[in-house]
Write a protein that binds this ligand. Structure first.
Ligand SMILES: [Zn+2]
Length: 280
């Protein structure tokens, strides 16, 4: 039986900066790794010189994702062709094609169809706060959880495909321990932990208000180089300077480990898995 993993994210770079080590690790073990990316990151800030030769920001970032997918060893990337909604409060939130404006059941229907086609044993997506409260991440989380149920629902019909119960569902988690240290230390250096990140639009204190259990740790030390190369593909997002997702950058230096909460089957609080496919 071939092992298949499906990851659902919102923007080109989410697959690498958040969970790239895990995706590369499983691809290197012969697992077919599929990626759903809901938008092309059209609203991301891009240095003008990086846009040369591309029609648009979306075009450039699609190219960067294809480059990263090759480095990580992904089997296939599927775009859902929504538009990046930008950070909360930005005018891009109201664009008619933005992911935020799409009805949840429409997005979930697209993902459920792919789930029935691919039949993954493991699905990964964002946690309920979308990692750092990005509205598109939260939308993908909700749609993926809904799709997970739809895919198994015998009353739900899509393209004549039979229902499929995916055995395991995980949420990618940024561990809070390190974030807590940052929130304590940043003010000492004159920095505001509520204005974290490249664009100052990440509120670490709000993220810390929500805590999620860690049920699985994936050590990707053996493929760390693949992850670094994939990161470099996302040059327009600072991935080539190793600044993409500062928190994971530090974690990468320390431990080459990515962290997950198991959403299905329900986990007892002391669960510690080292392999997302355990039991399959
Ligand atoms: Zn994102």
């Amino acid at each position: 039986m071939r092992k298949r993993l499906l990851a659902a994210v919102a923007h080109p770079d989410d697959e690498t900066f958040g969970m790239g080590g895990t995706l590369a690790y499983y691809a290197s073990k012969g697992v077919d790794v599929y990626l759903i990316c809901a938008t092309k990151g059209e609203v991301g800030e891009v240095p003008p010189e990086k846009l040369q030769g591309f029609k648009s920001v979306g075009d450039l970032r699609e190219h960067e994702l294809c480059c990263a997918a090759k480095e990580l060893g992904l089997r296939k990337v599927v775009f859902l062709d929504y538009r990046d909604s930008g950070m909360p409060g930005s005018p891009e939130n109201h664009h008619p094609n933005s992911l935020m404006q799409a009805p949840e059941n429409e997005v979930a229907g697209k993902i459920a169809l792919l789930m029935r086609e691919i039949k993954p044993q493991v699905v990964i997506t964002f946690d309920p706060v979308g990692g750092y409260m990005h509205p598109d991440h939260i939308a993908v989380h909700k749609a993926t959880v809904a799709a997970f149920k739809l895919a198994a629902d015998s009353n739900y019909r899509t393209n004549g495909l039979p229902p499929f119960q995916i055995p395991k569902l995980f949420f990618h988690i940024f561990p809070r321990t390190f974030m807590k240290i940052l929130v304590k230390w940043m003010p000492l250096f004159g920095k505001d932990p509520r204005k974290f990140g490249k664009n100052g639009d990440i509120d670490l204190t709000a993220i810390l208000a929500e805590e999620f259990p860690i049920h699985a740790r994936i050590n990707y030390k053996d493929v760390a180089q693949k992850r670094e190369k994939a990161s470099a593909c996302h040059a327009s997002q600072g991935g080539d300077q190793q600044s993409g997702y500062f928190v994971t950058w530090i974690l990468r230096l320390i431990s080459s480990t990515e962290f997950f909460m198991r959403a299905y089957p329900p986990a007892h609080k002391n669960l510690r898995e080292k392999d997302l496919f355990k039991g399959i």
